[in-house]
Design a binder for this molecule. Structure first.
Ligand code: AMP
Ligand code: ZN
Length: 133
């Protein structure tokens, strides 16, 4: 059983912020920024790509509500909501989860950088993405 399934089954402790029959939200143990929270389905699905759409909608709805709450209660200035799918994207726990990362200032330990692409010929990607599989 994966570590998040163990948390959901109360086999290992966690700081649970929200729970219903389908969704659970806990404080991330790493606290990259203060109030860093994870929202996850109770059912074990590996990542966003495998998540049934109705369940995904419930998770995002909880993530939205919690984000508003966290923003106010933590006195944050902004929020990043993100999910990593597959190890190449930084996923380390293979149980789908959405990160809520409250933002405070440029020194708040989270760096997300959109680097300039020198060869930004979008026609190649456009051709590939509009072709039938
Ligand atoms: P990711 O790299 O997107 O798969 O994120 C996994 C996250 O799970 C990391 O931010 C970890 O800090 C967090 N994590 C791992 N184990 C635990 C745990 N026992 N309780 C809370 N968060 C955890
Ligand atoms: Zn699991």
């Amino acid at each position: 059983m994966c570590i998040f399934c163990k948390i959901i089954n109360h086999e290992i402790p966690a700081s649970v912020l929200y729970e219903d029959e389908d969704v659970c939200a806990i404080l991330d143990i790493s606290q990259v920024t203060d109030g860093h929270t994870l929202v996850m389905p109770k059912e074990h699905v590996e990542n966003i790509l495998d998540c049934p759409p109705v369940l995904l909608s419930k998770i995002m709805s909880v993530a939205q509500t919690l984000s508003k709450d966290i923003l106010i209660k933590m006195n944050a200035k902004g929020i990043n909501v993100l999910t990593n799918a597959k190890p190449a994207a930084g996923q380390s726990v293979m149980h789908f989860h959405v990160h809520i990362l409250p933002r405070y200032d440029e020194n708040d330990r989270l760096i997300i950088e959109f680097k300039e692409n020198e060869n930004k010929d979008i026609s190649i990607a456009y051709q590939r993405l509009t072709k039938e599989l």
